[in-house]
Ligand binder design. Structure first.
Ligand code: FUC
Length: 799
């Protein structure tokens, strides 16, 4: 750079200072890209092409066929298994398991791991019977006579993420036909609307079908009622569909509704079960068809526009809180599937990367709302009686990953279902604590759970993971950290306390005086000793890290609430005897208490890096030695994996403050996966389908939500008591902005950057807490006032 360049920069800086001095607090207007997925043909494949809509209760997949439309739908609480007449189901607990626990622990203490593992598998694991599965419900099948894909032009199928509306549009003989689909949370309805721009009258035929065996479908004028019972537990379900047609006539046959000569048609569907998250019966006592009738009665007087406006007001208000722009949209002409195909070569399309970010927010908001179960392995979408992994709640990464973005991506309305699940598990899990662990206080849950309070260890090598209680509790405390809501903390604390009580009585002391867990599994990995593959062992780093996290949060919560002095002292004293972080012979972070790690191990779980993310014990700034060991571990594990594993690695690299490496994982996450790919646990399989759902493969939603969380971690971190701005900005996102992200302590943050450098930061203080901000080498600390916006420049100087 020559002297005249320097002068130019100085003059420019002066100008900027003058401008900002003249117009203090004036924020530049940032454009807010709107994000949609779009396609030029109808979907054929459910998991890889259909477009998901949902309201936390009902989930549907829109195919968009021209002549024959299919809307597959389900209701989230439809679950087989669980307590039922004649069933022995007791949440998986195995009577007598507690009697072998001392022997198992003894064998591990003697180093007889293979024998101990066998005994655990034979006599300690839980019982599979009654675990059940989340269930799909049925299909709405619509036939449009005279319409077929050959005679129509300008076909477009799209999903508008901001408004939560799927659309199909095409022209036929100069008339533009439009269909809109959404699931309304305010009205609890799946709503469909069919119209055209010339008010041309049209006909359609409508049928309902179900994948269940015990059912009745009644077609009446203007409505269809589906009622039935699940085969194995006899639990009732119902769905009711209502048609509102302007002009036209509606008639019913035994197997369909015929709508003739209508100008526009609205179809509303609702569905219900008698489920309640209420241990031990999990029953609301309500009749599902009554629930459906009431829901429809409330919306009787509303027309399509009323329903649509209420839905948009609810959905887009939440979606619009966060806006993101990671670069220019230079490929607008490409449909989403073509764009993803193009990405396979470029590995750089900031718009597509931002689209996938907002899609993750869209999916969580559609899958998780008040008064229902949390988002499961497929969110809320399911078309099967036997979905992969039961579409259940795996607790050794998957459910937690689903909720990683909930606070930071400003989706508070999606959180409570996770709390209710944890609360019900804290009751059900007392049985597992008592029967398997001989523990009178506290609760435990293991690798996976269902809608029916399954808390026992699972039935395989991977099934034992009692520290899942601690991992769930992290989310409860995080909700408090983000919101500062003391009344919520009061509700959450008994659940956290119960988990801590369990561990206070279940740590085992080694001859060296260290407290470890026994038996234990580092999700779902193992090592070989002689000819024996050991997966169930003792002393896994992840367990200890989780317990460290649980105790720390529980102590903080108890202090804030001014309760449980004695228990705080017990936790404090146990914390002195645990060792969550060990560096092994290869310079890696150790996965187990003994140094079994192999540099060529590319296992998808990287559980022992919990302390880096989502935990906060390891950081390049405060514990560089451990951060270096974590980096070595990640290098060993490689940059591939299943869908969710790739997503987790974005978060890890972001926490290591390595934006370019995190972006490598962003690109690997966008690996386009063919729908025909079989289930794959290996490193090569994971990625994204053309409808942008995450491919484990098969479809599993955790990767979508972990991806969104990962992008947040690249742009903003707040887990170390400071707001770290642009901690891992990759070169690929040279200029851009993000607004509306949340930070712990009660802050809302907008960040704009240019040529890789912060240009403006706005922090809104929601609670009036002290504020600490880091950008690069600069750290500022100040007090803040509630509801005040603070503006900073690139040097973190106040504007
Ligand atoms: C865990 C993972 C698998 C899969 C399953 C649902 O067991 O190890 O990869 O995601 O959950």
């Amino acid at each position: 750079m020559n002297t005249s360049d320097f002068k130019k920069i100085k003059v420019l800086m002066l100008l900027i200072i003058v401008v900002s001095a003249c117009e203090p607090h004036k924020e530049p207007q940032l454009d807010q890209p709107s994000y949609s997925l779009w396609y030029s043909s109808a979907a054929q494949d459910w998991q890889a092409e259909a477009l998901p809509i949902g309201n936390g209760h009902i989930g549907a997949m829109v195919f968009g066929g021209v002549a024959n439309e299919r809307i597959q739908f389900t209701e989230k609480t439809l679950w087989s298994g669980g307590p039922a007449e004649g069933s022995e189901y007791r949440g998986g607990v195995r009577e007598g398991a507690g009697a072998v626990l001392p022997k198992i622990r003894q064998l591990y203490a003697e180093g007889k791991e293979c024998e101990a593992q066998q005994l655990t598998l034979d006599q300690f694991t839980g019982l599979k019977e009654g675990f059940g599965a989340n269930q799909g419900l049925g299909d709405i099948l619509i036939h449009f006579p005279g319409h077929d894909s050959v005679s129509v032009a300008n076909y477009r199928r799209e999903l508008d993420l901001e408004n939560g509306i799927a659309r199909v549009q095409y022209t036929k003989d100069g008339v533009t036909h439009q269909r809109e689909y959404f699931c309304s949370y305010p009205d609890k309805l799946l709503v469909m609307h069919f119209s055209n721009d010339k008010q041309l009258q049209f006909d359609l035929e409508l049928k309902l079908s179900t994948i269940h065996q015990n059912f009745q479908i009644q077609y009446a004028e203007g409505s269809i009622i589906l009622t039935g019972n699940l085969q194995d537990n006899n639990r009732p379900f119902a769905a009711k569909l209502r048609v509102k047609a302007s002009q036209g006539t509606i008639s019913a046959t035994d197997s369909s509704l015929q709508i003739a000569s209508a100008e526009d048609i609205t179809i509303e569907l609702t569905a219900a079960t008698d489920y309640a998250i209420d241990y031990p019966e999990y029953k609301s006592g309500e009749v599902p068809l009554d629930i459906c009738q009431n829901t429809l009665a409330k919306a009787r007087e509303k027309n399509f526009e009323d329903l649509k406006q209420a839905h948009i007001a609810d959905f887009s208000d939440i979606m619009k809180r966060v806006s993101i722009k990671l670069g220019e949209d230079t490929l607008q002409q490409l449909a989403t599937d073509q764009r993803l195909a193009a990405y396979q070569h470029s590995r750089n399309d900031p718009y597509l990367e931002g689209l996938l970010f907002q899609f993750g927010r869209y999916l969580l908001l559609s899958a998780s709302r008040e008064n229902s179960l949390p988002a499961h392995l497929q969110g809320i979408w399911n078309h099967s009686l036997h979905p992969p992994w039961n579409a259940d709640y795996h607790l050794n990464i998957n459910l937690q990953m689903n909720y990683w973005p909930v606070e930071v991506a400003n989706l508070g309305e999606a959180y409570m279902p996770l709390h209710y699940l944890a609360e019900s598990l804290s009751k059900a899990g007392r049985e597992t604590a008592r029967v398997h662990y001989n523990t009178k206080q506290g609760w435990s849950v293991n690798w996976a759970t269902n809608a029916w309070g399954f808390t026992a260890p699972g039935w395989g090598e991977w099934g034992l993971f009692p520290a899942a209680n601690a991992w769930l509790c992290l989310h409860l405390y995080e909700h408090f950290l983000f919101t500062g809501d003391m009344s919520y903390l009061k509700k959450a604390y008994p659940i956290m306390k119960g988990a801590a009580e369990f561990w206070l009585q279940n740590m085992v002391e080694t001859p060296e005086g260290e407290l470890i867990t026994s038996p234990a599994n580092s999700p779902e990995n193992g090592y070989k000793v002689d000819d024996c593959v050991i997966q169930i062992t003792n002393g896994t780093s992840m367990d200890i890290q989780l317990i460290h996290n649980l105790y720390s949060n529980c102590m903080a919560a108890a202090r804030l609430l001014g309760v449980d002095q004695e228990m705080i002292a017990q936790m404090e004293s146990q914390l002195k005897k645990i060792n969550p972080l060990r560096i092994g012979q290869h310079g890696q972070l150790q996965e187990w208490i003994n140094d079994h790690d192999r540099p060529d191990d590319q296992h998808r779980h990287v559980s022992h890096l919990f302390a880096l993310h989502p935990g906060s014990q390891i950081s390049p700034i405060y514990t560089p030695e451990y951060a270096e060991a974590a980096r070595t571990t990640l290098q060993h594990r490689g940059d591939l994996g299943t869908g969710w594993a790739r997503a987790w690695k974005i978060n890890f690299w972001a926490r290591l403050l390595d934006g370019n490496h995190a972006h490598e994982l962003v690109a690997n996450h966008l690996n386009m996966v063919d729908p025909s790919q079989e289930a794959n646990y290996g490193p090569g399989g994971g990625g994204t389908y053309s409808n942008l759902l995450c491919a484990h493969p098969p479809f599993q939603i955790d990767g979508n939500l972990g991806y969104t969380a990962g992008l947040c971690e690249m742009l903003l971190q707040s887990h170390l008591g400071e707001i770290h701005v642009l901690p891992a900005l990759p070169d690929a996102w040279a200029s851009g902005h993000v607004s509306g992200l949340k930070a712990r302590g009660g802050f809302e943050v907008d960040i704009a950057w240019k040529n890789g450098t912060l240009t403006q930061l706005r922090v809104k203080s929601l609670l009036g807490k002290p504020l600490k901000i880091r950008y690069g080498e600069v750290l500022v600390e100040m007090n803040s006032d509630q509801d005040v916006n603070y503006l900073f420049d690139e040097a973190l100087e106040s504007l």
